[in-house]
Design a binder for this molecule. Structure first.
Ligand SMILES: *Cc1c(COP(=O)(O)O)cnc(C)c1O
Length: 388
């Protein structure tokens, strides 16, 4: 009898949690009002979004007026990086400092700033996958508008030194943004403990639907909006509020926080077992970014003599869903920019496979992945040979 498939791609997206779905459903039909209307339907919708905003703020250690709801992590990153830069550069600060390991949403926003006259600078990355603080110090000068460095890398899971970077940015008079999309629910994410100006999260990475996210905007930090047309969200993000999605995000965030420590302990044990077993059964297997601090649910590896596509295909034939790293890059043959920045040789970088564990992952699944892995490597090597 065929075994049920195994989903090891929780860093790409997660299923909507039943509690989240249940909480949001009434706001599609029975409670469908427009939060800007003054009648009872509108007041009901306003009360629901206000309450959701308060809960989201509480989950981030922020105030409700510091939360701007967006269509997801990508928009949150665009709003912070480009919206923040546009304000600052008007004050004579053209610099925008980021890293080569950011999500495309940040990198492309920085490129857009460069097209508008910005000076883009990239901080160097060490072989371990951690950005280099000396390089950061050289780049973060007093002509810099925005510094944007992710909290947790979405390919390796490596945790970045955001506290040190935020302090450097502040000392230079720049605003600091962190993409916390892969950090929320795994690390304690508190907007007050570190002087963040902007911090992005995305709901679908922890049990809310796709296309809802938020950016924390510190009180007093200015932001140029990307959209125009209304006064919603203090004009920072106009458009009729998405009430069900706001409720969903608040519910998913609270659940993720309540369960964070137990989830992390469970996933760390499973990930460490998976890593140790794969290292033991495949000679030469390389784990990327395993030396420094890493979130507990991610494993990014390369098997010499294979390539990512062959590995993913061979895993898929065994019922295992993994990724080459960033979802946006799968299907393309360019090796990961993250691994290239870490100085990983091209043949290994082009063989990268990311396994990310989550709510669906069980110990029995981990054992099955370990059991089929030698066969996966054999077929991937055969495929890689036939393509090469
Ligand atoms: C998924 C992801 C994003 C994009 O979020 P969406 O909600 O899918 O637009 C941004 N940054 C990181 C690190 C991510 O993993």
């Amino acid at each position: 009898m065929p075994q049920p498939p195994i989903y090891l791609d929780h860093a790409a997206t997660t299923p909507v949690r039943p509690e989240v779905l249940e909480a949001m459903l009434p706001y599609f039909s029975a409670k469908f009002g427009n939060a800007s209307s003054t009648h009872r339907w509108g007041r009901e919708a306003r009360a629901a979004t206000d309450a959701a905003r308060e809960r989201i703020a509480a989950c981030l250690g922020a105030e409700p007026d510091e939360i701007c709801l967006t269509s997801g992590g990508t928009e949150a990153d665009n709003l912070a990086v480009l919206g923040g830069w546009r304000v600052q550069q008007g004050l004579g600060r053209p610099g925008i400092v980021t890293t080569p390991i950011e999500h495309k949403a940040v990198l492309a926003s920085a490129h857009q700033a460069a097209r508008e006259g910005g000076e883009e600078r990239l901080i160097a990355v060490d072989a371990s996958g951690v950005i280099n603080l000396d390089s950061a110090r050289r780049h973060i000068r007093d002509d810099v508008a925005v510094v944007s460095v992710m909290w947790v890398n979405n390919e390796t899971g490596v945790i970045q030194p955001v506290a040190e970077l935020a302090a450097m940015a502040k000392a230079a008079g720049a605003v600091f943004h962190t993409d916390a999309v892969q950090a929320f629910g795994k690390l304690p994410v508190d907007a007050r403990s570190i002087p963040f100006d902007f911090l992005s999260v995305s709901g679908h990475k922890f049990g809310a639907p796709k296309s809802i996210g938020a950016v924390y905007v510190r009180r007093g930090t200015a932001l140029a909006p990307l959209f125009f047309g209304g006064t919603q969200d203090r004009g920072r993000r106009p458009g009729t509020e998405n009430v069900p999605m706001a409720v969903a995000l608040a519910t998913a965030m609270e659940l993720a926080l309540t369960e964070r420590e137990a989830t992390c302990a469970r996933l760390r044990a499973l990930r460490d077992r998976l890593q140790a077993s794969l290292l033991a059964c495949v000679p030469g297997l390389v784990v990327h970014g395993c030396a420094p601090e890493r979130v507990p649910h991610m494993l990014h590896l390369s098997v010499p003599g294979t390539d990512s596509e062959s590995m993913l295909m061979a895993l898929d034939l065994q019922g295992v869903a993994a990724s080459s790293g960033s979802a946006c890059q799968s299907g393309s043959v360019t090796p990961s920019q993250v691994l290239s920045a870490m100085g990983v040789a091209e043949d290994l970088a082009s063989a990268a496979v990311r396994m990310s564990l989550g709510s669906l992952t069980t110990g029995e699944q981990i054992d099955r992945v370990v059991a089929v892995f030698p066969d996966v490597v054999r077929s991937a090597r055969a495929m890689a040979g036939s393509f090469g």
